[in-house]
Design a protein around this ligand. Structure first.
Ligand SMILES: *Cc1c(COP(=O)(O)O)cnc(C)c1O
Length: 392
């Protein structure tokens, strides 16, 4: 039964296989005994191997051991968990924060917890799969608006508010800050304004929420502080900032940052938080060290921006992309799935690791190039050279 389905996947070019590393994550990785220049990692600042992160993590292993041994509400957490939450809240300008075990678990745990039957969630059509799954787990109705289309969003909110006489009904706008596949940035200022204009018509303060998934914005935008800082939007009690420690922070886990009430509500109702063993202290400690590094020096974030600009300008000059990218995520779309796989394969032959992304991970087949602060000018030149000589 599954064998037939697998054959079909293969025939359609949609079959994927795992390629595990024999080396640490970084700009150069070793797979099957071969060294590649890696353009597929979300470790944008190169913190996954930073000495300060490794030291903090080993120190925590020595002090607290490895496994958490229980959920946070039992005995799974440590004082490090609490201090990371305190630090994260400050970093995000929020009153409070809560650690989740992963970004996937944060979205699937938070969205059903902040919404209930009768509520309406407005979700961008290109939101991350974990948001889509979070909406599926929620008892609220989900309406999908066209990608970054604020007029469409505004229209849907208007329609819904005209329909309802129910003052208890809550509206929740949910968006990625940086879209994970195309690397484009959500128009958060306009979304914020739309929310504010509707919010002022609705009496209860808790009736309107803006939920931002800042997985790829944290450590990258706004001098590392994320999307709200990038847009100069002040965190408000009705805004929930979700983010991950697993991408630019080079660690593991995720967080929600928001008002004290929201965080206390999540502690008491979010199932992925309540029913899962707490993150090990060493992961928590690594995230703490990563936040310290970003706060204390801006060099890494600036270097990342420099590399991103260098690569994207060169890709424009060579006609591979049309516009400068706003983030370290640079999608190349050669066209058909076949051409995408061919280009990825040609790069692989030239020791460049840039696997093809295909449905359902992205809407269109693409090479999702990610550049990091640790790539050298030579690494970038090698990629460009390989791309030019692979053109067909
Ligand atoms: C990666 C990602 C997640 C999931 O985070 P993990 O910590 O890897 O589970 C959630 N949302 C977005 C937008 C992401 O890119």
């Amino acid at each position: 039964m599954f064998a037939d389905k697998l054959i079909k996947l293969r025939r359609e070019g949609l079959h994927r296989a795992i390629k595990d590393r024999q080396s640490a994550q970084g700009p150069r990785i070793c797979i099957d005994g071969r060294e590649f220049i890696n353009f597929s990692s979300n470790d944008y600042l190169g913190l996954a191997n930073h000495p300060a992160v490794l030291t903090a993590s080993s120190k925590a292993v020595k002090e607290f051991g490895f496994g958490g041994g229980a959920s946070r509400l039992l005995s799974g957490g440590t004082v490090l968990h609490e201090s990371l939450e305190h630090k994260t809240a400050g970093f995000k300008g929020a009153e409070a924060a809560l650690i989740f075990n992963s970004g996937y678990m944060a979205n699937t745990g938070i969205i059903p917890s902040i919404s209930e039957a009768g509520d309406v969630i407005f979700s961008d059509e290109l939101n991350h799969a974990s948001i889509i799954d979070g909406c599926r787990l929620s008892k609220a109705k989900t309406l999908v608006y066209r990608h970054k289309d604020v007029d469409h969003l505004n229209g849907l909110i208007k329609e819904e508010s005209a329909k309802s006489a129910d003052a208890q009904k809550r509206f929740i706008v949910v968006t990625d800050s940086v879209f994970s596949m195309d690397g484009d940035i959500a128009p958060l200022k306009e979304i914020f304004d739309v929310c504010t204009s509707h919010k002022s018509r609705i009496s209860a303060d808790s009736s309107f929420l803006l939920y931002i998934d800042d997985a790829h914005g944290t450590g990258v935008l706004g001098r590392g502080r994320g999307a709200l800082a990038h847009f100069g939007i002040r965190p408000e009690p009705w805004i929930i900032q979700m983010g991950t420690f697993s991408k630019a922070l080079g660690s593991f886990g995720a967080f929600a940052a928001g008002s004290k009430d929201v965080i206390e509500w999540l502690i008491n109702t979010s199932r992925s938080f309540m029913f899962s063993t707490a993150l090990p202290a060493c992961a928590v400690s690594a995230s703490m060290a990563a936040l310290d590094l970003i706060e204390d020096n801006h060099y890494l974030v600036e270097k990342l921006k420099e590399n991103q600009d260098m690569l994207s300008s060169a890709l424009i000059d060579t006609g591979f992309i049309a516009v400068r990218t706003e983030t370290p995520i640079i999608p190349l779309k050669p066209g058909s799935l076949r051409d995408t796989l061919k280009l990825s394969g040609a790069l692989f032959e030239k020791d460049i690791y840039a696997p093809a992304i295909r449905p359902p991970s992205s809407r269109e087949p693409m090479l999702r190039l990610t550049v990091t602060a640790l790539h050298t000018e030579n690494d970038i030149a090698s990629l460009l050279h390989a791309l030019k000589s692979s053109r067909f």
